[in-house]
Design a protein around this ligand. Structure first.
Ligand code: SAM
Length: 279
């Protein structure tokens, strides 16, 4: 459908939503990307990045606006779109008639995501209220590529560097498992209803799978960052419940640093030393 202006598009969307009796739910972070160029950008980027997968998982299909673009640009793949809100079932069923390579699942992405086998790519304009939880779920699954639209502030957290204000346990956990890159900002004007803040598209490319080492890493990092401004030796003593200095003779170069100043590699080295002591 061609629209003369953004205003026309919004008016049309409002009409369709009201005809279908859809009530937009803020508590489920329902805001729809209505800029056709941005939708196409996301669909073509995942097409170029997700080459070795027969399917792409979309988190939070909503009215299927992004699903359509994903299906069109990735016609050789199945797009598995997960949506929690049953009120979109009719919308999504209708789309399926026109786009047979879309497969919809009504359910909670947090619970379903990692049970979908053989899909190595995840995409989505993530519901803002559970962004961190979803990112952690993606990280623990088998996705090699994740192309996600998140609040700009979360994107800045994901890509932040040691020593910065945004650097925290989510940053470290994701950068342990992925190469991360900030791709672009999407203005809040490009969504309906308009959210309060701008968004950004971030790509995560798998570096390593989540294994027993990553699990230990995750737990230690979680504890260390609850003492983010403490010197690492002190934070470790608290987290490991005892005097740890003797274990870390080989790590003297990081001893004077504060937790938030340690790079992902330095934290990995610390946890690796700890894992060796344990085994
Ligand atoms: N895909 C649309 C787009 O790109 O414009 C809608 C994105 S909107 C920001 C997020 C969507 O995620 C909403 O449709 C919301 O109902 C859905 N959602 C919220 N929590 C969810 C969950 N736990 N599992 C699956 N979908 C969820």
């Amino acid at each position: 459908k061609d629209f003369a202006s953004r205003h026309d598009f919004i008016e049309w969307l409002k009409k369709v939503l009201s005809e279908k009796g859809v009530k937009i739910k803020k508590r489920l972070s329902q805001t729809f990307l209505i800029d056709l160029n941005e939708l196409k950008y996301i669909a073509t980027t995942i097409k170029n990045e997700a080459v070795n997968t027969p399917c792409i998982i979309e988190i939070g299909a909503g009215i299927g606006n992004l699903s359509i673009f994903l299906a069109l640009e990735n016609s050789d793949k199945v797009v598995v779109s997960i949506e929690i809100d049953k009120q979109f079932t009719d919308f999504l069923k209708e789309l399926q008639d026109d786009f047979p390579n879309i497969d919809f699942i009504i359910g909670d992405a947090k619970l379903i995501l990692n049970s979908i086998r053989d899909c190595n790519a995840v995409v989505g304009n993530l519901p803002y209220h559970i962004t961190s939880q979803l990112l952690v779920t993606i990280a623990k699954g088998n996705a090699d590529i994740a192309l996600v639209t998140v609040q700009k502030e979360v994107a800045e957290r994901i890509i932040s560097k040691p020593g910065s204000r945004n650097y925290g346990k989510l940053t470290v956990f994701l950068q342990h498992l992925f190469h991360v890159k900030y791709l672009k900002t999407i203005s809040l004007n490009k969504f309906y209803p308009k959210p309060e803040v701008h968004s950004a598209v971030v790509i995560l490319k798998r570096k390593r799978v989540y294994d027993d080492f990553s699990k230990l890493f995750e737990n230690v990092v979680k504890c260390l960052f609850s003492f983010r401004r403490k010197v690492i030796s002190k934070a470790l003593t608290k987290c490991l419940d005892g005097n740890v200095v003797e274990y870390f003779n080989g790590l003297k170069e990081v001893w004077g640093k504060r937790v938030y100043q340690l790079s992902v590699e330095e934290l990995e080295k610390i946890v690796y030393t700890l894992a060796k002591q344990k085994s």
